[in-house]
Design a protein. Structure first.
Length: 811
């Protein structure tokens, strides 16, 4: 419950307590007044009674003397007062609450009519009060003597009304009787009056006491309640103070700027973070309109509506030092009882995020090393120029840059790239656009530039790079640049990628023509077309790698000998297919030559290793029984010093047993990079991987190097196997490789097995494994492949032992 709610509840409670106390006091006082005025009426009634009696005695004395009728009437009138009151008393004594008789009696007793009702209310109540019983008893006794005086009066009246004269002796006797009654009744009347007076005083005192007590109790109660209220208020105030201090400390510690605005948008409070954010002392902020300090529109500051919270977009604030800070602003309306009383504005510093986003956006379109635009950004500039005005596109590729990296290190190469970029920029106009489009490749767009001027610029660029002398440690480094030029005619509409391909092919031509020269693209020259075809392929392969357009296939490697069959599980080779366009997939033969020419094989091999291991992990988890998975590695990859680490990392991260992997390397590539191949084979074999020498027999010096290569399998070149039954030389070659392989402790694999006869011949020969369309064609590497491969192909029957298949030529 909120403090405010609690406080208002307490106040309400106390208000009611006060009203109740006053009401009780009023009630008690009113009851006392009513009671006292009733007592006063009773006392004055008694006084009337006594007075009536006294007058009656006096009148009777007079009548006794005079015998005048008027005196008797006066006597009766005076006596009727005590008699009337006596009637009322009798009615009260009867206890039947005969209010009519009581009223009659009281009226007759000359009580004021206005007092009758109050007498009727209190007398029955007095009648039951023990304390008043002696007083009432005196009244009763008095009333008995009132009857005596009435009777004596009647006797005197009768005697006086007779014709017989009254003697002085009689008169004296009457006076004596009257005096006797008087002397009896008057002390009683005095006693009655005194007792009543005493009772009334006691009652008065008692009521005074009751009033005082009530007032005292109520005052104590109220005092206690006030004390409690004070204690609560002190507690609430100290809690409020603690809360205020906590809020202040919290606000001061907040990294977000917090401002409180009044309804006029003036700043009433600002925490220190605001001062830090705006680089302005708090004193200069307070009391000022927020619009003067912050670049916000009045509309934005409109109260967002009761209980609403509004998040605004990011604003950049310029500070005193002319630097800027990005803030996200949120405004919350302050309401009290649904009335807008200002707002709270929070400024959240998002400069870091914004700068980070700016940096990311910059990185997306720029090259980090040189700060130049990247290829994607350059293509946009190119698109703006194409078909609109005369321009020229230059593709620049540094000459023998690899050598600089290899000889002086990558850092030296980076330095050259940076300095070349500065040098090139100096030779260009402000309106020209330059980008880094590859490792050592730059593209330049010469806007609004005629071909001859473009050629002059190209020459300037070539010369500036050629003459550039980069100091690297103690070395002077030089490089050159080959430049391909495409003149962009505004009448032609070519897409940017095509133009870049054309410029690239012109650059290739310049390289092939001896480097450090300029070649203009000529669409009618076939050489350019071939270059361009290659460039298209390079681009296609790069995109396919980035967009995962390659697919993995698998072909069963079938065991033929007991040794091969001894391996429990499926043995297969992973094959790569490219599915980048609708239709049939492309086999590696179609793209590997280009990939090799343009150094893409290592990337492709990595893609294959990574994705094969991913799939193996999945299928092994699903229960596939795999003994050997063969993966091809290109010759270029054998020289890639980082590939070993890449394979090791993937094996570990996917958790696939290295024993299940066999890497196939071609004989020729292994021989070409003998040292690196041997060290990689040794390293991976230590992990548990196996190796297979692919296309064995195709090289000239196959057997010479075989001893040096620690491989597990020899994969006989398919060209020998394919027609071995028709060509005795090939048959012999297969036989020899198989024999020598076995002698050297390696297992043999025959690929391109296309029919049953070849299969049987290989089996008879003792080849360990066979692979080819006859056994199983390459299929998608998926769950169905493992289901299929776990059963022997239906066409294969058990091999006939010691029989030479028909049609095997003998040499
Ligand atoms: N230092 C450095 N080298 C890079 C960078 N990006 C790519 N390279 C290397 O640049 C070299 C480019 O070589 P290529 O253009 O293919 O060949 P080249 O040696 O220049 O030979 P030609 O172009 O035929 O004259 C490759 O070895 C890349 O590894 C980079 O940012 N910094």
């Amino acid at each position: 419950m909120s403090n405010r709610l609690l406080t208002s509840k307490h106040y309400k409670w106390r208000r009611w307590l006060f009203i109740s106390a006053v009401a009780v006091q009023l009630l008690v006082a009113s009851a006392s007044i009513v009671l006292m005025s009733s007592v006063r009426v009773v006392v004055s009634g008694e006084s009337l009674w006594s007075k009536g009696l006294y007058v009656a005695f006096s009148n009777l004395h007079q009548y006794a003397d005079s015998g005048a009728a008027q005196d008797y009437i006066s006597f009766q009138e005076a006596l009727s007062i005590p008699l009337g009151v006596g009637k009322a008393r009798e009615a009260l004594d009867a206890g039947q609450q005969d209010t009519h008789a009581m009223r009659e009696g009281l009226l007759q007793g000359e009580n004021h009519p206005a007092d009758i009702d109050s007498l009727l209310r209190v007398l029955p109540w007095f009648w039951n009060m023990k304390i008043l019983q002696p007083t009432i008893a005196l009244w009763r006794q008095g009333d008995a003597h009132v009857q005596s005086i009435r009777e004596l009066g009647e006797q005197i009246f009768i005697r006086r009304s007779s014709d017989k004269p009254v003697s002085p002796r009689e008169i004296a006797a009457w006076h004596q009787q009257i005096a006797a009654i008087d002397s009896t009744v008057m002390p009683l009347a005095k006693q009655f009056s005194a007792s009543l007076g005493e009772n009334s005083r006691s009652l008065g005192n008692m009521l005074l006491l009751v009033n005082l007590l009530t007032a005292l109790v109520l005052s104590i109660l109220y005092w206690l309640s006030v004390q409690r209220a004070i204690a609560e208020s002190i507690k609430a105030n100290s809690e409020l103070e603690v809360e205020r201090l906590r809020s202040n400390v919290t606000l001061a510690a907040l990294g977000d700027g917090v401002l409180t605005l009044d309804t006029q948008q003036r700043i009433r409070y600002a925490n220190p973070a605001v001062s830090r954010l705006l680089d302005m002392p708090l004193g200069r902020l307070l009391g000022r309109s927020v619009i003067e300090v912050l670049p916000f529109s009045a509309e934005m500051l409109q109260p967002p509506g009761i209980h609403q919270h509004r998040d605004e977009s990011v604003h950049w604030l310029t500070r005193a030092e002319q630097d800027s800070v990005a803030v996200r602003v949120s405004i919350t309306s302050l309401e009290q009882d649904d009335v807008h009383s200002g707002s709270v504005m929070v400024l959240h510093d998002v400069s870091q995020e914004q700068n980070y986003m700016r940096m990311l956006a910059w990185q997306q379109s720029h090259d980090l090393l040189t700060g130049l635009d990247n290829r994607a950004a350059f293509e946009k500039y190119l698109l703006q120029a194409v078909g609109k005005y005369q321009a020229s596109l230059l593709h620049l590729n540094l000459d023998h840059f690899k050598m600089i990296n290899a000889s002086y290190g990558h850092a030296a190469g980076d330095e050259i790239l940076r300095q070349v970029c500065q040098q090139l920029r100096l030779a260009l106009r402000e309106s020209d656009v330059m980008a880094r489009v590859g490792g050592d490749e730059f593209a330049v767009l010469l806007n609004h530039c005629q071909p001859h001027a473009a050629m002059q610029t190209a020459e300037r660029l070539r010369k500036s790079v050629h003459e550039l002398n980069v100091q690297w440690r103690q070395h002077n480094l030089h490089t050159g640049v080959s430049i391909g030029v495409v003149h962009i005619d505004p009448s032609q509409n070519n897409d940017p990628q095509n133009l870049l391909g054309m410029a690239d092919s012109a650059c290739k031509h310049a390289k092939d023509s001896g480097r450090n020269r300029i070649t203009v693209y000529n669409p009618y020259n076939r050489v350019f077309q071939r270059y361009q075809g290659d460039m298209d392929w390079v681009q296609r392969l790069r995109t396919s790698l980035e967009e995962d357009k390659f697919t993995l296939y698998a072909q069963t490697v079938y065991p033929l000998t007991p040794q091969g069959k001894g391996m429990d599980g499926i043995h297969f080779e992973v094959l790569l297919r490219l599915f980048d366009k609708p239709g049939q997939p492309l086999s590696p033969a179609e793209f590997i030559p280009v990939a090799e020419r343009y150094d893409l094989m290592t990337l492709i091999d990595r893609w294959v290793v990574r994705n094969t291991l991913k799939l193996l992990k999945m299928h092994l988890a699903q229960g596939a029984n795999i003994s050997t998975c063969s993966i091809n590695l290109s010759g270029t990859s054998l020289g890639d010093s980082e590939l070993l680490e890449f394979i090791r990392h993937n094996i570990l991260s996917q958790g696939v047993a290295a024993e299940k992997l066999c890497f196939e390397i071609t004989e020729t590539s292994a021989i070409a990079s003998m040292d690196s191949a041997t060290s990689m084979i040794n390293e991976l074999r230590q992990l548990g991987c196996r190796f297979s020498l692919d296309d064995f027999g195709s090289g000239m010096a196959s057997f010479k190097y075989l001893q040096q290569l620690p491989v597990d399998y020899l994969k006989i070149d398919g060209s020998f196997v394919r027609d071995m039954l028709k060509n005795p030389n090939n048959f012999a070659m297969v036989e020899v490789i198989n024999h020598i392989g076995h002698v050297m402790g390696k297992q043999t694999v025959a690929e391109f097995v296309g029919d049953q006869a070849t299969f049987e011949a290989l089996q008879a020969m003792g080849i360990d494994y066979a692979q080819g369309y006859y056994i199983a064609p390459p299929v998608l590497l998926d769950a169905a492949f493992f289901t299929q491969a776990s059963r022997p192909p239906p066409q294969l029957r058990p091999a006939r032992k010691n029989s030479t298949p028909a049609g095997i030529p003998r040499t």
